[in-house]
Design a protein around this ligand. Structure first.
Ligand code: PLP
Length: 370
């Protein structure tokens, strides 16, 4: 879709990357690290101590979670590697993984690479709340872990305290691990982000995944992390060792600086994105789409049915030509394709002027020929 955006000169609201870089002091810290020769050679396997300490301090500051930087923190090549390493480390062939669909596309690939099977529990519009009975019914004797993502891409759903408690109780009762992808932890507009690891009985069975890409708007740096018990982190580190071994040396120093930014930075990230969410949502509504306003993340899921269309895939293939916008069909995030057929995702981590122009282009959609 990004290639199609370049080819057609369209506004790319497909891929989730910000069109403005993150804070200058973080970029400066990366440049300083390169020039001072910090991190230019292989950094330590688990990540540089400064970043591991900063991640630990972040977990304490925002969630009151105590995490030993020596044994309970692992730096990875983005959340993508963390997901892959966690799946390869924790799954055996034949195991089952329960995940809330639609799901981020790497989940399916990583579960498959581990020889395991995915068992989807479908989130349905308009609220995309998890069906907790369906989740319970999905557990079998082969279930090894529940793979969560909150705030959730692509729906923007944020799991509530009650939902997390129910999932935690299920995990404890059935002795399951939980891998939780929390890369959008600081992009929440309604409700609050609660790491499932903070719930009673969950610390020892949860692998929590974070990413600097989303929080600091440096998606190209690929700095992510895993936190969890020493046993779980050691398992993930063992798999990670033979994926990348290490990565992003100088950027690790810079992200340590970023994680220490004051609370005002984190608040302004969410405030700015809330404003842009509302800007794009208004444009999408005006264009005639059904808009499911997200509680978190920088994506809006819509339904194209009110336009008299039912195939998101076809809609997204023709949208660049019809009005110069690129979006992503949610159907690619579903096993149960019927459930997501008419949904389309738009990213709003873009400048105000870009979103305003996108809204103007979308307005012409109803009249444009197909
Ligand atoms: C839910 C989710 N998990 C993980 C990632 C990947 O994060 P990273 O860029 O840190 O590898 C993304 C990126 O879009 C995502 O949306």
């Amino acid at each position: 879709m990004s290639a199609l955006a370049v080819e057609t000169g369209s506004i790319n609201l497909g891929q989730g990357f910000p069109d403005t870089d993150g804070p200058a002091e973080i970029a400066q810290a990366a440049a300083d690290a390169v020039l001072a020769g910090r991190g230019n050679q292989y950094p330590p396997g688990p990540g540089i101590p400064e970043l591991r300490q900063a991640i630990s301090a972040h977990q304490k500051r925002f969630y009151d979670l105590d995490t030993d930087p020596e044994t309970e923190v692992l730096v990875t090549a983005g959340a993508t590697e963390a997901i892959a390493a966690a799946m390869l480390a924790l799954l055996e062939p034949g195991d089952e993984v329960i995940a809330l669909e639609p799901y981020y596309d790497s989940y399916a690939a990583c579960i498959a690479m581990a020889g395991a099977a995915r068992v989807p529990v479908t989130l349905r519009p308009p609220e995309f709340r998890p069906d907790l009975d369906a989740l319970r019914d999905a557990v079998s004797s082969r279930t090894r872990l529940i793979l969560l993502n909150s705030p959730h891409n692509p729906t923007g759903m944020v799991l509530t305290a009650d939902e997390l408690r129910a999932i935690a109780n299920l995990a404890i009762e059935r002795d399951l691990l939980v891998v939780t992808d929390e890369v959008y932890e600081h992009i929440v507009f309604d409700g609050e982000h609660i790491p499932i690891a903070t719930l009673p009985g969950m610390r020892g069975r949860t692998v929590t995944i974070g990413s600097a890409g989303k929080t600091f708007s440096f998606t190209g740096w690929k700095v992510g992390w895993v936190t969890g018990s020493p046993e779980l982190v050691a398992a993930v580190r063992t798999a990670k060792q033979f994926l990348t071994y290490v990565s992003s040396g100088p950027f690790q120093y810079a992200i340590a600086v970023g994680l220490a930014l004051p609370d005002s930075f984190y608040a302004s990230l969410a405030d700015g994105l809330r404003r842009r969410r509302d800007l794009l949502a208004a444009g999408l509504r005006e264009a005639g789409l059904d808009v499911f306003s997200p509680q978190g993340t920088y994506f809006i899921t819509t339904d194209i049915a009110p336009l008299g269309e039912s195939e998101g895939l076809t809609f997204c293939r023709t949208l660049p030509l019809r009005c110069g916008i690129v979006a992503v069909p949610n159907v690619v995030f579903y096993d149960n394709r019927q459930a997501g057929q008419s949904q389309v995702r738009f990213a709003f981590c873009k400048r105000d002027d870009v979103l305003a122009e996108a809204a103007a282009r979308l307005r012409g959609l109803r009249s444009a020929t197909r």
